[in-house]
Ligand binder design. Sequence first.
Ligand SMILES: Nc1nc2c(ncn2[C@@H]2O[C@H](COP(=O)(O)OP(=O)(O)OP(=O)(O)O)[C@@H](O)[C@H]2O)c(=O)[nH]1
Ligand SMILES: [Mg+2]
Length: 311
Amino acid sequence: MFYEFTDAGILKNIIRNKSIRKEDLTPVLERVRESLLRKNVAASIAEQVCADTCASLIGKQVDMLESLNKKINAVIRNSLARILSHAESFDLLMQIRAAKAKKIPYTITFVGVNGVGKSTSLSKVASWLLSNGFTVLIAACDTFRAGAVEQLRTHCQRLDVPLYERGYEKDPAKIAQEAILQARHQGIDVVLIDTAGRMQDNEPLMRALSNLVSLNSPDLVLFVGEALVGNDAVDQLQKFDSSLVNLDRRGKKRIIDGIVVSKFDTIDDKVGAILSMVFASGAPVLFIGCGQSYQDLQTPNIENLIDTLLS
Ligand SMILES: Nc1nc2c(ncn2[C@@H]2O[C@H](COP(=O)(O)OP(=O)(O)OP(=O)(O)O)[C@@H](O)[C@H]2O)c(=O)[nH]1
Ligand SMILES: [Mg+2]
């Protein structure tokens, strides 16, 4: 697919001056910004993408109309691809195989605000791991929301996966610790740790999450964010990241390692949350949830995402 953010007037201006100037790009970037905002990219991120694109074009020498048009479009695509390439730079199966070879359970913690799809995504990942031949233990560490443990029990029964649960009384950090120990004794390959949803500004709950993460040092802290999220995506990710670093009493300074984007099936072409989340955190998107069944889990397709962002 080929996009036109330029028109004859803009291109002729640039050719006349022999090199690209900031003022020539202003109308081009205005179109790019509008396109990104239309696709639900957070405003501050759209702004930064445009600034980066502008920086890589200013001063470039050009003499042919057609090649200039191609160059501008290619730079815009490259700029988006550079950000989104975080989305595919992580081989989770390889990491799990390496842990398995050392007979250590690989541990993944799912975190995020309330109702975004943490437990559903965790169950989809469990199903994906089973289909890749790994054994899984799920740890019920949402001891906060009524019904959370029962919800996981249902998933575990359907998936035929063991559940480590201690009801609602105990400290979730300790439950995770016991679950990991049990997995180690039983030779289970992967422990998936469910956590309670919490708002990014709720300091006591963020402190509890930080304690769970620092006590157990999971191999992977996965942030689950809804594809529907707009400008709040940046705030959520930055506050989860900074809470894990700043509220930790053990000085481990963990941050979000990866992202699961949920409810992708509900957004039509408004795919911008992916760009916002990757840009805001620097973490890759490992999975995209696109429905309610266990099979509705995909990995990102960068070219398709860019096509949609710019369409
Ligand atoms: N359409 C759609 N619905 C989803 C997807 N993922 C999760 N859901 C739905 O979102 C709702 C909340 O999912 P949960 O997995 O319970 O969310 P949670 O983040 O664990 O919620 P809390 O534990 O309460 O914070 C449920 O109705 C899920 O079926 C998805 O990819 N697509
Ligand atoms: Mg849940």
